[in-house]
Design a protein around this ligand. Structure first.
Ligand SMILES: Nc1ncnc2c1ncn2[C@@H]1O[C@H](COP(=O)(O)OP(=O)(O)O)[C@@H](O)[C@H]1O
Ligand SMILES: CC(=O)N[C@@H](CCC(=O)OP(=O)(O)O)C(=O)O
Length: 286
């Protein structure tokens, strides 16, 4: 960056103004998790980007996962991990670990990064303020919650006081128990409930690829009906299926734009939102 002059810096800032105007006072829900969250330096860089978005007036809502961190803690405690269709089979001891890792370790480390960078952030999970209300999804999955309702009151309260809400994917059951929820699902439901301008799902691949082994085959824009066809053709497969489903759900629930981007690319979110360069896959209605 040494050869960037001050005039160039000023030009870069002013070039972002039309994009900033588009997002000012709008909700942008960011899902961060999976393997894109395991690199500490990258995590700090992503938090810095979110802080910048907040400073230019975006109502940033961070929803996080932490599947890899849960897996390693379960391993260390000699508790086996089991998944069914991408969802963690969550018995009582596993739920204790999920809550400890997501609402404790991961949530607080994201909040600490934001605070350390000079930002204001508050860590929450769906239990706080009865924000994410769930019922048991399926008996065979144990404590996995299906979302009935998102109460956005706490999110708005926190934002109105100048904080970024940092939300972990744990829900509250009517039975007084807490439940584990896939973090992509939470992000989509939160984006829908807020009628967010944008949801950004950060993962460790560039977006939806026509050929998963060919990074140059990125599909930059997908409508809801095209996504259904790509799934039927088997092009969208594996872990990408639930992710795309969540993106479509967010669109159908009222989010204007939804992106899957590669969180491993430095400043991916700023490039996607504040420049004319589209990095990942954008989902639109239609
Ligand atoms: N068409 C596709 N385009 C991109 N990724 C795909 C596609 N089909 C399957 N995948 C797989 O989906 C994975 C992303 O899902 P996942 O690993 O569950 O993400 P995360 O850990 O971020 O939640 C990719 O790493 C890739 O292996
Ligand atoms: C029910 C269910 O599977 N919950 C997830 C919650 C965390 C998550 O979704 O984390 P990533 O976004 O990092 O994958 C789990 O236990 O792994």
């Amino acid at each position: 960056m040494n050869n960037v002059t001050n005039a160039m810096r000023a030009h870069i800032l002013t070039a972002a103004v039309p994009y900033i105007k588009q997002y000012t006072d709008q909700y942008v829900v960011v899902k961060y998790g999976g393997n894109a969250m395991t690199d500490e330096a990258l995590k700090k860089s992503v938090m810095k980007d979110l802080l910048l978005l907040q400073l230019v007036g975006v109502k940033v809502v961070l929803v996080h996962g932490g599947g890899p961190a849960i897996n390693s803690t379960l391993d260390a405690m000699n508790i086996e991990s089991h998944f069914s269709n991408g969802l963690r089979v969550t018995d009582e001891p596993t739920m204790d670990v999920v809550q400890m890792v997501l609402a404790g370790k991961v949530n607080k480390s994201l909040v600490a990064d934001l605070v350390d960078l000079g930002g204001k952030a508050i860590g929450l999970c769906g239990v706080d303020g009865n924000m994410i209300q769930v019922h048991q999804q399926d008996e065979t999955l144990g404590y996995v919650g299906a979302i009935d309702y998102i109460d956005t009151t706490v999110i708005d309260d926190v934002i109105s006081k100048g904080y970024i809400p940092v939300i972990s994917s744990i829900g509250m059951g009517k039975d007084g128990k807490t439940y584990n929820i896939n973090a992509d699902t939470v992000a989509a439901k939160v984006a829908g409930a807020l009628k967010a301008e944008t949801m950004v799902a950060m993962t460790n691949i560039d977006g939806v690829l026509r050929d998963v082994n060919d990074p140059s085959s990125l599909i930059s824009k997908i409508t809801v009906s095209e996504a259904a066809q790509l799934k039927a053709d088997g092009i969208i497969a594996g872990g990408m299926i639930p992710k795309v489903d969540c993106c479509l759900e967010a669109i159908e629930a009222g989010a204007q734009k939804v992106f899957i981007i590669n969180g491993e690319i430095p400043h991916a979110i700023l490039i996607e939102l504040l420049t004319d360069e589209g990095l990942g896959t954008m989902f639109v209605a239609g």
